[in-house]
Write a protein that binds this ligand. Structure first.
Ligand code: TYD
Length: 204
């Protein structure tokens, strides 16, 4: 049974990861990958419905965490696992590292509970490679201000995003072989060049 590659993009809001996702998808296709581009929260019909609630309805951190993992469970079962099983490359905009960064770091939610939920929802499944777009939260806030209407997360203050960044740094330190840190400052083309260099090293 062929087994596909599972690649994720992560970073604080405004770090620019979404801009590079489409370029990276083309890069992979040019190298013969059968790419499934997807995102979290979302990526399946049920998970997309949950995304609307997660991004726009007020709720406490536990409810938010349970909904994020519920969406992930459905996304894995209906989209990610079948794609990997047929040998596709799954390129996912955020995954469980975002939960550790946003709910764990940002909201201060119990990391032991997150680890337990992670073990229930995707035992034995982790991304093969994670690009972490790392940017100073102050610069990311300027980029967000120039973009569109903010959701519940994008409205958070600088201290929240500093904690989210620390959350990503902690996750990266725990899995250094899986994480590639991309310095996300500077022009789009310069950041893409960093992504391409790292991707060439890792994927050939
Ligand atoms: P985002 O990738 O920023 O979507 P868009 O580019 O369309 O704004 O993701 C939406 C938000 O969801 C983002 O602010 C982070 C948040 N989020 C969590 O809080 N926990 C999670 O586990 C995930 C996957 C996302």
């Amino acid at each position: 049974m062929p087994r596909g590659l599972f690649i994720t993009f992560e970073g604080i809001d405004g770090a620019g990861k979404s801009s590079h996702l489409a370029t990276f998808e083309q890069w992979l296709r040019a190298r013969g990958h059968d790419v499934v581009l997807t995102r979290e929260p979302g990526g399946s019909e049920l998970a997309e419905a949950l995304r609307e609630l997660i991004l726009h309805r007020p709720m406490d951190a536990l409810t938010e965490t349970l909904l994020v993992f519920a969406a992930r469970r459905d996304h894995l079962q209906t989209t990610i696992e079948p794609a990997l099983a047929r040998g596709a490359t799954v390129l996912c905009d955020r995954f469980t590292d975002a939960t550790f960064a946003y709910q764990g770091g940002g909201r201060g939610f119990d990391l032991d509970v997150l680890r337990t939920l992670e073990g229930w929802v995707h035992p034995g499944r982790q991304p093969d490679l994670t690009f972490w777009f790392d940017l100073d939260p102050a610069v990311a806030a300027e980029r967000r201000a120039a973009a569109r209407a903010p959701d519940r997360f994008e409205r958070q203050d600088a201290a929240f995003f500093a904690r989210v960044r620390d959350g990503y740094a902690a996750r990266a330190a725990q899995s250094p072989a899986r994480f590639v840190r991309i310095a996300a400052d500077g022009e789009l083309a310069a950041v893409w060049a960093r992504v391409e260099r790292a991707a060439t090293e890792r994927l050939g």
